[in-house]
Design a protein around this ligand. Structure first.
Ligand SMILES: Nc1ncnc2c1ncn2[C@@H]1O[C@H](COP(=O)(O)OP(=O)(O)OP(=O)(O)O)[C@@H](O)[C@H]1O
Length: 227
């Protein structure tokens, strides 16, 4: 059995607890193992992004337990959580989040500067490798504005992969792309999964979710179905 990468028990998230409370998550318990490709699916507003933000250490739960790579998050300081995030998690967002006045290579290299694990002498080699992995080796010197949406998302995926994270968290990564480019980006994620990357994908698309190994369906902050 593959190792457990992340495990939650009874996670809740309440926004605006002192005004009009919004119960975004109402007790989510799940386990993700190394090597899985899992979709988080459900209607708009059901809590998908809130869950992913907590799993990716961009937000904290109101209550419940969360263990990432064996570490209990409740026991860690903000600094320790940031270190854990840099070491274990790669993020891909719907709107790419590239820095427009940096080249593709500079964007992709950025996470290495916040991660002590990689000596500076290896940066160029690593950038070339991940750009090759996403099929963009000829675009290292281009600026984001010179690329198509699909190419920009490939750059964002390369940037997420450069530190060899244990898990890739993708929040609607194809939400801004046409259907043909959506399928191409999904194929890239599938290919990365076949090469050993663990992926958690938030998607509205039932079609994409059904191409993953497992679907976690959320409704009104609750896990209703695990296929
Ligand atoms: N910062 C916030 N403050 C208050 N309420 C919030 C905040 N963020 C999210 N919510 C609420 O929490 C609920 C879950 O939101 P979330 O963004 O997780 O849903 P989602 O499933 O990702 O939706 P979508 O598919 O539309 O992106 C919604 O009711 C939303 O309005």
């Amino acid at each position: 059995m593959a190792a457990v990468l992340l495990k939650t028990e009874n996670l809740t998230k309440v926004f605006n607890p002192n005004r009009v409370p919004v119960h975004a998550l109402r007790g989510i318990s799940l386990t993700i193992h190394e090597g899985e490709f899992v979709a988080i699916s459900g209607k708009s507003g059901c809590g998908k992004s809130t869950l992913l933000s907590i799993l990716g250490l961009l937000d904290t739960p109101t209550s419940g337990q969360y263990q990432l790579c064996g570490a209990d998050l409740a026991q860690l300081s903000g600094y320790q959580k940031a270190a854990l995030r840099n070491r274990h998690i790669g993020w891909v967002f719907q709107n790419f989040n590239l820095i427009n006045d940096m080249t593709v290579a500079e964007n992709v290299m950025l996470p290495l500067k916040y991660n002590q694990a990689w000596p500076k002498s290896t940066y160029t080699e690593r950038v070339n490798k991940v750009l090759n992995d996403v099929g963009l080796d000829d675009k290292a010197g281009a600026y984001p504005s010179e690329l198509s949406g699909g190419q920009q998302q490939r750059v964002a995926i390369a940037r997420a992969l450069i530190t060899e994270p244990d898990i890739l968290l993708a929040d609607e990564p194809t939400g801004n792309l046409d259907s043909q480019t959506e399928q191409a980006i999904f194929s890239l994620l599938s290919d990365l999964h076949r090469r050993g990357v663990t992926i958690l994908l938030v998607t509205h698309s039932r079609n994409l979710a059904q191409q993953c190994q497992r679907i976690l369906t959320i409704s009104d902050g609750t896990l209703v179905d695990a296929e």
